[in-house]
Design a protein around this ligand. Sequence first.
Ligand code: 5GP
Ligand code: MN
Length: 342
Amino acid sequence: MQQWNAFYELINSDSKRFVILTHQNPDADAIGSSLGWKLYLQKKGHTATVIVPNECPSNLRWMPDYAEVITFDQNAQTVTQSKKLLQEADVICCLDFNALHRIKGLGSLAQSSTAIKILIDHHLEPEPFADFEFSDTTKAATAQYIWEIIKQMGDAELVDKPMAECLYAGIMTDTGSFRHGNTTPEVHLAVADLMRTGLNTNYVHRAIFDNNSLGRTRLLGYVLSEKLTWLPEYRTVYMTLSLEELKRFNSEIGDTEGIVNFGLSLENVVMSVLLIERRDEIKLSFRSVQDFSVRELANKYFSGGGHKNASGGRTSTSLPETVNLLLSILPEYQTQLLNVEK
Ligand code: 5GP
Ligand code: MN
C-alpha cells in the first residue's frame, strides 16, 4: 500500500523525464507494453522515451509511436543519445524483463543512473534493483499488467485506440492468441476493456502474423520438413538452424520467432526445443505443455530461464555440441515427460 501511494504520487506529479527500457530482442509484449506505457505517461504530462537494446522485428514496427523508439546498438549516435537520456532521466521504467544484465550495455547504464527505477514485469524471481517493483507471474503479459495499473490509477478513460493497439499486441502474443494456459478471465476482461476504445483486434493480428516475408515462410517450411527431429521416447521435438541456413533464407531479426511452437502441435509431444546458431552463441528456445517445466531445465543446463512453459537459454559451444548436451540430459527428465497428460 505504501508502495502504491508513493507510486501514485510519482505518476501524478509534475512533469518528469521518463526513460522506458525493455529486453534484448524485443517481442510484441516488450515493445507493446513499452509504447502503451509511454503514451500513457505522455498523457499524464511527462516526457517519455522508449529505448530498446537492439533492433525490433519488422512485423512490430507498425505500432503507434514506433518511429520515436531509440535502438541503442544502432550506431554511435544512438549510443550517445541513450547515455544522455539515461543520465538525465528522473525515472527509469524496466518493462517485461527482471534483471539488468539481460539488457547488456543498457543495463549498466541504468544501474549507474541515480533515477528512480520502476520494474513492471511478469517473469519469476526478479533481481532486487527497483525502487518500485511490480512483479507478478500471474499476469499473462506485461501489457496486461500495464492496463491494470493504469486502471488502478483511475485513468482507464485515458486509454485510447493507439494505446489499446500496443497493449493488445502484447497480450495477444504472450497468450499465443489466447490459447496458452496463462489465458485467465482477467486477460479476457482486459481485452474487453481495450476493445471499447475502438481497437480493431483483427488488424493487430494481421499486422503481426500475416506479414511474413517469403524468406521466413520458406524457412519455416524448411525447418519443419528437414530439420525437425522427433524423439517419441522423450515426447520431445528439437529443431536446429545454423548461421549458413539462416543466411540461405535471408533471415532477418524475428524470422525464427514462433517456429518452436510448431513442435508442440505434434501429437503426444510435451517439449519442443529450437537451437539457433548465432555469431557469438547458440540460442535455445524451449516450449512445453502442462506441468512440465522447461524453466528449470533451461536454468540448470543452459544459463537461462523464463516461464514454466516458455523459456530460453544459451551455450558458448558449437551447434552439434549443444544438441549433444540436450540429448544427454533428456534421460534425467524422461519419467517426468512420460507422466504429463496431454
Ligand atoms: P524465447 O524462446 O522466446 O527467446 O524466450 C522464451 C521466454 O524465456 C521469454 O519469456 C524470455 O523472456 C525468457 N528467456 C529467454 N532467454 C532467457 C534467459 O537467458 N534467461 C532468462 N531468465 N529468461 C530467458
Ligand atoms: Mn512478456
